[in-house]
Design a protein around this ligand. Sequence first.
Ligand code: PMP
Ligand code: GLN
Length: 386
Amino acid sequence: MKPTNRVFGGLGTTVFEVMSGLAREHGAINLGQGFPDVDGPEDVRRAAADATMEGPNQYPPMLGIPELRQAIAGHNRRFYGLEVDWRTETLVTSGATEALGSCLMGSLNPGDEVVLIEPMYDSYLPIIRLVGAVPKVVAVEAPGWTLPREKLAAAFSSRTKALVLNSPMNPVGKVFDRDELGFIADLVVRHDAVAICDEVYEHLVFDGLPHIPLMTLPGMRERTLRIGSAGKIFSLTGWKVGWVTGAPKVLESVAKAHQFLTFTTAPNLQRGVAYGLGKADDYFQDLAGEQQRKRDLLGKGLARIGFDVLPSGGTYFISADFRPLGFNGTDVDFCRHITAEAKVAAVPVSAFYDGEPVRHLARFCFCKRDEILTEAVERLAWHFGR
Ligand code: PMP
Ligand code: GLN
C-alpha cells in the first residue's frame, strides 16, 4: 500500500493522551491533561439535559443555533465592548480544536507563512503543515516568558498570511499585556495578515489582570478570528463546544471549512452553552477567583518541596523547574518518573515546542479538588524526601 498522509502518518499520540494513559496505568493523580475533576454548573448542565429531552435533536443550522450565536455576540459586547453581528460574524464549532482547524484551513494557502509563538498548544502545527503552509515559530523566553520583539518582527515577511496568538498561553500561563499586544497588532496590520486568536482561557486570568482580545486593538477588528471554548468557561471540557467571532470577510471561508469538517455541533449542548453565557458577572469572577486560589495552593506546595515555580497569570496550568530537586534527566524523564514513582502525573513542557525546547519544566494542572491538590503535593514531598 502507498504511504498514509505525510503529516499525520509521522505523528505520535498527543502528550495529553499519553500522560493520561500512564497516569491510569500507575494509579497516579493526573495533573497532566487539563480538565477539571468536578463538572461545571448544574444549571448549565440542566439546560442541556432539558434541551435533550425537549428536542429537536436533529442537525442544527450549520453556523450554530441562533440562541447561541446571539449569546456569543452578547458575550463579546458585555466583556470587551465588541459590537458583533451574530448573523454574519459568529460561528459555532465542535470545540476550539475544530475552530482552530477551520480557521487555519479556511485562511491558508500552500506556501503561506504563519507566525506562531512557542511553547504552543499542539494542534496548531499539524494543521498548518497539512495545508502546506509554512510555520515561522518564535519562542518566548524563560523564566519570565518575555516576548523577543526583534525576533517576532523578523519572523514576519511579505508572505505572512496569519499569526496565531494564544493568550492566556498554554502551557506557561503567560497573559499578553496591552503593550505586547500593540506591538503584535502593528506587525499584523503592517503585513496585511489575519490574526487567529486562541482565547479559550479568557475567563481564567488571575491577579486582577485584564484579558485583552487582540481584536479590540486598532486595526484588528476586521482581521481577527477570535476563538472561545465552553469547555473552559463552564468546566465542561468533554462537551467540545467552541466558537469563532470574526468579520464576514475573514469568517466566511472558515465556515466553509467547518461545513466539511463537522458541519455542526450537538444542539442540546449548544442550548446549554447559550444559557450559560447569559449567567451573571459574578459567575465569571468566581471562576477566575477559585482557579487562582487553586493555583496558589498547588504553587505554594510545589515551592515548599523545592521546585522553582514559575509565575502563571492565567490558564489551568503552572510550570515548575525540577532541577533544584537534584533530578538530572529531561522533562520527559521527570514526568514519567513522578507518574510511576510518586504517583502524580504532569506534562513535559518540551512537548509544546517545535524548535529547541526548554527541557527542565513540568506543567502541572491545578483545576482539581483541593484535597487532590493537597494529596498530590504530599505524594511528591514524600517521594523527594521533603
Ligand atoms: N487551545 C488551547 C490553548 C487549549 O489548551 C485547548 C484545550 N483543550 C484547546 C485549544 C481546545 O479546546 P476544546 O476542548 O474546546 O477543543
Ligand atoms: N488543552 C488540554 C491541555 O492542554 C488538553 C486537550 C487535549 O487533551 N487535547 O492539557
